[in-house]
Ligand binder design. Structure first.
Ligand code: CDP
Length: 238
């Protein structure tokens, strides 16, 4: 069965897909996970949970509070005492992110946060706290989560697991287009270097490294459009 772009609209495909699935989409930086995850969630009438945004929000909080990045217990305390919220966005903003009631949706995408998030996401106490929240949000099903460890650690029993990737050059090129459309200055070589470095950190960390789950479906999206990827995932859910 091929699902065309026209059919991928809110609700239209949901009749054929159970309302309670847990869909996990993992993969490296800039693979297009958030765009695809949001589109899949909208098509199925599911909730989209951007777990990367939660790690970015925690990073924003730590910078805001001026906490020494080597003080892991202070970092863990600050994250545990804070309220990180994801609220559904419209087509323009995939999701709205709040920390203790302050909207940080735009701030958490800055290059500075992007640089710091990966080392902070390697801290066990932060992960423990955010993973608990993610499991609670996903408990009832009808959810699409994207991240690095969803299929391996957060939801090892997820109904559908995807590992979405593309070659580093394609991912850097896509990130460049995305940043330019947001009016941010960026250059291809720097983005490529940052993406490769972040992948290495995420893959080589001790806790919950970026890894494809044994039962995940690999999607290499170099030659696929967003519509192609979304249609492929929805087909796997039916
Ligand atoms: O969108 P992009 O691929 O740039 O990254 P993101 O999904 O916003 O995630 C930012 C960072 O958070 C990643 O590089 C990981 O270090 C961390 N992360 C994680 O450790 N586990 C997750 N489930 C999601 C993100």
């Amino acid at each position: 069965m091929v699902i065309s772009e026209n059919q991928i609209r809110k609700g239209e495909t949901s009749a054929r897909v159970q309302k309670t699935l847990q869909i996990a989409i993992d993969g490296p930086a800039g693979a297009g996970k958030s765009t695809v995850a949001k589109r899949v969630a909208d098509a199925l009438g599911y909730l989209y949970i951007d777990t990367g945004a939660m790690y970015r929000a925690a990073t924003w909080l730590i910078i805001q509070k001026n906490i020494d990045l080597s003080d892991h217990s202070a970092i863990a305390r600050a994250v545990a005492e804070s309220k990180i919220e994801l609220r559904p966005g419209d087509a323009e903003e995939k999701i709205h992110v709040f920390v203790n009631g302050v909207e940080v949706t735009k701030q958490i995408r800055s290059q500075n946060i992007t640089k710091l998030v990966s080392p902070l996401a390697a801290i066990g106490a932060i992960r423990e706290h955010l993973v608990n929240q993610q499991r609670q949000l996903a408990m009832t099903g009808g959810v699409v989560l994207d991240g690095r460890d969803i299929g391996t650690v957060v939801l090892p029993d997820a109904n559908v697991k995807i590992f979405l990737t593309a070659s580093p050059s394609v991912r850097a090129q896509r990130r460049l287009i995305e940043l330019k459309s947001l009016g941010e200055s960026a250059d291809y070589e720097t983005l490529l270097k940052d993406i490769v470095e972040r992948d290495q950190r995420d893959t080589n960390r001790e806790i919950a490294p970026l890894r494809m789950a044994d039962d995940a479906v690999l999607i290499l999206s170099d030659n696929m459009s967003v519509d192609d990827v979304v249609a492929h995932i929805i087909k796997l859910c039916a």
